[in-house]
Design a protein around this ligand. Structure first.
Ligand code: TMP
Length: 221
């Protein structure tokens, strides 16, 4: 059995990655490869509870190291329950965020540095790496405005405030942004960066080009 391919989407809050992930899943399905779609934090029953704890605005005193540990607890559960079983049965997996998010947000944003994140990745994820990471980097300002609008909409509709990260200041997001750029330069063999304020169709086009070349052509050839 050929192992499935592991694709992750990354970017700042409000970068449009969740919309793009859904469109990519539909496109892959039309090509005959139905992916398993998941997200982090969350994606399992335990992970959803960890997500609530992490994103709730009431968790504002959570220490950065505790936050990082919870991200990895969620990830270890998702790997055991969803990701690894799918990949080893030959299915493709599309994951909304993975360890690059922890490196960017906790390593960069919270200033814990890359080293502890990469060390925890080795222990908690057994070094599992995506075959391809699509990093969406529209301008910082556009991302922040979109994330805040979305959070206000969610609170108005469901009363659930998942906006703990969106409340962070611009300096925090600038550090997240810089760390993402550092990861993209370091891991250029796996990270494809979609930069600039493109519209949804233009971003989708760049994504399917990257997936076609790096996943489908690589698999067929
Ligand atoms: P989402 O809204 O894209 O699902 O992401 C939830 C928030 O969690 C987002 O602000 C980024 C943050 N996050 C981290 O800080 N570290 C991580 O490892 C992950 C996966 C998410």
């Amino acid at each position: 059995m050929l192992r499935g391919r592991f694709i992750t989407l990354e970017g700042l809050d409000g970068s449009g990655k969740t919309t793009q992930l859904k469109r990519l899943a539909v496109w892959m399905k039309k090509r005959g490869t139905t992916p398993v779609v998941t997200r982090q934090p969350g994606g399992t029953a335990t992970g959803d509870r960890i997500r609530d704890l992490l994103l709730d605005s009431r968790s504002e005193r959570l220490a950065p190291l505790a936050e990082m540990a919870l991200m990895f607890a969620d990830r270890a559960q998702a790997i055991a329950e969803v990701i690894e079983p799918a990949l080893s049965s030959g299915k493709a997996v599309l994951c909304d965020r993975f360890t690059d998010s922890t490196e960017a947000y906790q390593g960069g944003g919270r200033e814990l540095g890359s080293d502890p994140v990469l060390a925890m990745h080795r222990v908690f994820c057994g070094g599992l790496q995506p075959d391809l990471t699509l990093l969406l980097l529209p301008s910082l300002q556009a991302s922040l405005e979109r994330a805040r609008r979305r959070n206000d909409r969610v609170i108005a509709q469901s009363g659930k405030d998942e906006g703990r990260f969106e409340r962070e200041q611009e300096d925090f997001y600038r550090r997240v942004w810089n760390k993402y750029c550092e990861i993209a330069a370091r891991d250029a063999h796996r990270v494809v960066c979609v930069e600039g304020d493109l519209n949804i169709d233009e971003v989708h086009q760049q994504i399917i080009e990257a997936v076609s070349v790096r996943i489908f052509e690589a698999t067929n050839g």
